[in-house]
Write a protein that binds this ligand. Structure first.
Ligand code: NCD
Length: 308
C-alpha cells in the first residue's frame, strides 16, 4: 500500500506541495468522482469557518463532508461570533479545534490560515486567505485541466485578469510550476503577478512572459484561465475600474485551438460574457463541479490514514 501523503496534514499554501502530492490528490479525486469512496468520514465533524463571503468553496466543502458521512458545524459570516465582542482569531480557532476533527477556514487576512494551523491541534485547510492563497481552488483547476486536456506536461496556458490580488491564480502558478506548462501572464501592469511569485516561477525554470492583451496569445494556448478584478482588495477601486482586466469578446474565439478550454474560478463580472457558456470552450461549470470531488479527496486523505 502506498503511504498517504496527506494524513493529518494542513493544506495552507501550494508552495509546499510536490508533484507527487498533486498526483496523489488527482488520483484520489478521480476515485471520488467515480463514486468509489462510500461513507468514510462517518462520525467525524468538520468545522466550516467562513469569515469572508463564499458560495462554491463553502458549499462544496460542506457537501463533500456530508457526502462522506461527516457532520458539519461552523459559520458563514462573522456576525454571530464572539469576535464581535473582541475575541481574537487564535482563541476562536483554539476553541473550535476542541470540538471538531478538521477546520476549513476562509478569512480576509493574508496568513490567517497559517496562524490558525499554528494554534489548532487538528488539521487546517485554507479556503482562501485574503489576496494570498487558495490551494484547494488550484487543485480543482489542475484536476479540471488534466481531465479536459488528458495531459498536463506540454500545455500552454494563459492567465488573464487580476494576477496581483487573485489568490486562485497565485496558488495555480505554484502547481503549474511542478509541470512543464508554458505560462502567458495577461494583465495590465497595475495588476501584474507579484514579484515574489514571478521569482518562484523563475527558480523552478518555468517559461513565462508578460502580455497586455489576450489577443497576442489566445491562438497559441490550450487553456485560458480568466479571473475577475478583485475590487474588494484594491486600495483605489475607482482607478482600477478604469484600468480593468479586459473582456473576453466571443469574436476572439475564432481560430483558437479546437481543444482550448476556458476556466474561471467564478464569480464572474463582465470579463466573461455569458454567450461563451454555450461554446465547447467553456469549462468553468465542470470546474465548479469538480471542486466537490477534490474537496472530498482531501478530507478523506487528511482524516483517514489508510486512504487512498
Ligand atoms: C475565488 C476566490 O474566492 O478567491 N472564488 C472561488 O473560491 N471560487 C475567486 C474570486 O473570488 O474571484
Amino acid at each position: 500500500m502506498t503511504r498517504n501523503l496527506f494524513y493529518q496534514r494542513d493544506v495552507i499554501s501550494n508552495n509546499a506541495l510536490t508533484r507527487e502530492d498533486v498526483e496523489a490528490v488527482l488520483a484520489h479525486t478521480r476515485t471520488c468522482k467515480n463514486n468509489k469512496t462510500g461513507q468514510t468520514l462517518n462520525g467525524r465533524l468538520i468545522a466550516s469557518c467562513f469569515f469572508e463571503p463564499s458560495t462554491r468553496t463553502r458549499l462544496s466543502f460542506e457537501s463533500a463532508a456530508q457526502r462522506l458521512g461527516a457532520g458539519v458545524t461552523g459559520f458563514s459570516s462573522m456576525e454571530s461570533l464572539s469576535l464581535q465582542k473582541g475575541e481574537n482569531l487564535q482563541d476562536t480557532i483554539q476553541m473550535i479545534s476542541q470540538y471538531a476533527d478538521l477546520i476549513v477556514i476562509r478569512h480576509s487576512a493574508e496568513g490567517a490560515a497559517r496562524l490558525a494551523a499554528e494554534v489548532a491541534d487538528i488539521p487546517v485547510i485554507n479556503a482562501g486567505d485574503g489576496a494570498n492563497q487558495h490551494p484547494t481552488q488550484a487543485l480543482t483547476d489542475i484536476f479540471t485541466i488534466e481531465e479536459s486536456q488528458k495531459r498536463l506536461d506540454g500545455l500552454s496556458m494563459a492567465l488573464m485578469g487580476d494576477l496581483k490580488y487573485g489568490r486562485a491564480i497565485h496558488s495555480l502558478t505554484e502547481i503549474c510550476s511542478l509541470y512543464d506548462i508554458r505560462l502567458y501572464l495577461v494583465a495590465p501592469e497595475s495588476l501584474a503577478l507579484p514579484e515574489l511569485l514571478c521569482n518562484r516561477l523563475k527558480k523552478r525554470g518555468v517559461r513565462f512572459s508578460f502580455h497586455q492583451s489576450i489577443e497576442e496569445v489566445l491562438r497559441q494556448v490550450d487553456v485560458l484561465y480568466l479571473t475577475r478584478t478583485q475590487y474588494e482588495r484594491h486600495e483605489n477601486p475607482v482607478i482600477t475600474r478604469q484600468g480593468g482586466v479586459g473582456i473576453l469578446h466571443p469574436d476572439l474565439l475564432k481560430n483558437v485551438r479546437p481543444n482550448l478550454k476556458i476556466l474561471h474560478p467564478l464569480p464572474r463580472l463582465d470579463e466573461l460574457p455569458r454567450t461563451i457558456d454555450a461554446t465547447p470552450h467553456a469549462c468553468y461549470f465542470q470546474q465548479a463541479k469538480n471542486g466537490l470531488y477534490v474537496r472530498q479527496a482531501l478530507l478523506d486523505m487528511i482524516l483517514n490514514e489508510s486512504c487512498p
